[in-house]
Design a binder for this molecule. Structure first.
Ligand code: CUA
Length: 158
């Protein structure tokens, strides 16, 4: 014989349902508002031809006419090319990355920038640097014997 629910069971069940609704809401917001999505076929290039494929044929920083910057970076074993990104303070920088070899992780210290760099997949992540300073770039995905040497930096000038 099934007893009716205990008061505390009802409370826990209610909290569980609330948690599920909040979780589903957070996923919906990240997709609809923040534009977060899984890698898609449109952003895929041939990993064997990274250096012959625009924009990766010319890695480096471009200051755009609207004042934003685009930093094209190749993540490879075991360096960032280029390893220094120099931008003026207050600039919104779009980082565009890919890898010709193995999986790497792109993280800029003291920022929320933290993305996977997948061979042949174009990763885009945007960050505004309000204050001058130096921000380290590290690879956070183990990519082989030289993984710990994958350092770079964002140099934000006044
Ligand atoms: Cu690249 Cu670890």
């Amino acid at each position: 014989m099934i007893k009716t629910l205990d008061r505390y069971e009802k409370i826990i069940l209610g909290l569980t349902v609330l948690g599920l609704i909040l979780g589903a809401g957070a996923i919906a917001l990240s997709v609809l508002e923040a534009g977060i999505h899984l890698p898609t076929i449109e952003d895929r290039i041939d990993p064997a031809a990274v250096r012959d494929t625009a924009p990766f044929d010319e890695p480096g920083v471009t200051i755009n006419s609207d004042g934003t910057a685009t930093a094209v970076i190749i993540a490879q074993t075991w360096l960032w090319e280029p390893d220094t990104i120099e931008v003026p303070a207050g600039t919104e920088v779009e980082f565009v990355l890919t890898s010709p070899d193995v999986l790497h992780g792109f993280h800029i210290w003291d920022t929320a920038v933290n993305a996977m760099v997948i061979p042949g997949q174009v990763t885009r992540v945007t960050q505004t640097f309000d204050n001058p300073g130096e921000f380290g770039i590290v690879c956070h995905e183990y990519c082989g014997i030289g993984h710990h040497t994958m350092f770079g930096r964002v140099l934000v000038t006044p």
